[in-house]
Design a protein around this ligand. Structure first.
Ligand code: SF4
Length: 363
């Protein structure tokens, strides 16, 4: 069953919060709240392109703070989705909001209108980071919100950010550990970038904020992803959506912005997996000048990396002459095989699951 979200952006006009990375004035000036006619046109347009067999469609109200907007406005948008739920063309509504804009009454209303999934913009579970980022709530508020969301039977999504003011790798890993304890149904991870016109831009100009380098952000995201994967929690997105605004010249001033950020993280994971397999092979068979690695054709670019970066790194790391990459469509996805050069049979495989089990055994 394939899942589709029909995204509808609901701006939080007049948001009273001051998150340091947010350019809400620009967002609010660029996005008018959609009319009900526009909402139904958007839904119809998407439904016309989504296959009806074996699919599960949700209407996704995103924008960050759905339950912080006026309750009558929330109701209007929720009602707009009702006909599609009634004729079963969509299975539910999902929305994103802040952890401190959730309580049992709000959840009762969402439930009545068919909301199934709530994504919380948690960002961090470190109180110092939350404070320095101007989020306006504590980790305790997050724990309480997650608990009531789960208790009332909603699916829970958690959005996390790395590279916020006061943040570092250790705090990100601690946030990951605590987030796993919340048992979310899905996670998104976003690297912090400096957007023009934000508090962060002023901090950057004063030298009070140093953004992550791209390779640091990819490395932290990789470690978080692997921890979530080992706990069987899907990470459904890594990296910002490269919408029109972010692509506009002068919009992103600094930070680890990359249009294929998630792909870079996946390539690093394949590199680690291949390093683990090559290391095991050489421990058993002695040093080798040449070897072949095998993958499913759909994983080829993830194993080789951008501009063959992974192959070059692994060749140098193991002091080899060359590593040949071969594909075979009967190899499972996320699995790497190894063999002698020019061999037609694979000697050993390392599945992603086995790699994750090793991570789980680490302290
Ligand atoms: S990110 Fe923060 S400041 Fe921006 S709209 Fe959301 S709550 Fe308001």
């Amino acid at each position: 069953m394939r899942h589709y979200n029909i995204p509808i952006f609901i701006p939080h006009q007049g948001c009273p919060f001051q998150c340091v990375y947010c350019d809400q004035k620009i967002i609010a000036s660029k996005h008018e709240a959609p009319t009900l006619l526009e909402v139904s046109e958007t839904i119809e347009r998407h439904l016309a392109t989504i296959p009806s067999e074996d699919t599960e469609v949700e209407i996704a109200y995103f924008g960050g703070s759905f339950t912080a907007i006026a309750s009558e406005v929330q109701e209007t948008y929720l009602q707009a989705a009702a006909p599609y739920l009634e004729d079963e063309r969509v299975v539910g509504i999902r929305l994103s909001t802040r952890p401190d804009c959730i309580d049992r009454d709000i959840l009762g209303r969402l439930d009545r209108y068919g909301v199934k999934t709530i994504e919380l913009g948690v960002q961090s579970l470190d109180d110092q980071v939350l404070k320095m980022s101007g989020r306006g709530y504590t980790s305790d508020d997050v724990f309480k919100a997650c608990q009531v969301i789960k208790d009332q039977g909603f699916k829970l999504g958690i959005q996390l950010m790395i590279g916020l003011p006061g943040d570092d790798r250790a705090r990100d890993m601690q946030t990951t550990k605590l987030a796993i304890g919340l048992n979310p149904d899905m996670v998104r991870i976003y690297p912090t970038v400096v957007i023009a016109g934000t508090v962060l831009e002023r901090a950057l100009n004063r030298g009070d904020y140093v953004p992550l380098e791209l390779n640091e952000a990819v490395g932290i995201c990789k470690d978080m992803y692997l921890r979530f994967a080992a706990a069987e929690i899907p990470v459904i997105r890594m990296g910002l959506q490269t919408g029109e605004e972010l692509r506009r010249e002068g919009s992103v001033l600094a930070g680890p912005f990359h249009p294929s950020f998630g792909e870079l993280v996946q390539q690093e994971i394949f590199c680690d997996q291949a390093r683990s397999l090559l290391g095991d092979y050489m421990r058993r068979n002695g040093l080798q000048a040449e070897l072949q690695l095998w993958v499913n054709p759909r994983d080829l670019s993830l194993l080789t990396g951008q501009q063959r970066r992974n192959v070059l790194f692994l060749t140098e790391h193991f002091g080899m002459r060359s590593i040949l990459i071969k594909t075979r469509s009967d190899i499972e996805r996320l699995t790497i095989g190894i063999s002698q050069p020019h061999g037609l049979e694979v000697d050993t495989f390392l599945k992603r699951q086995e790699m994750l089990e090793r991570i789980q055994d680490e302290p």
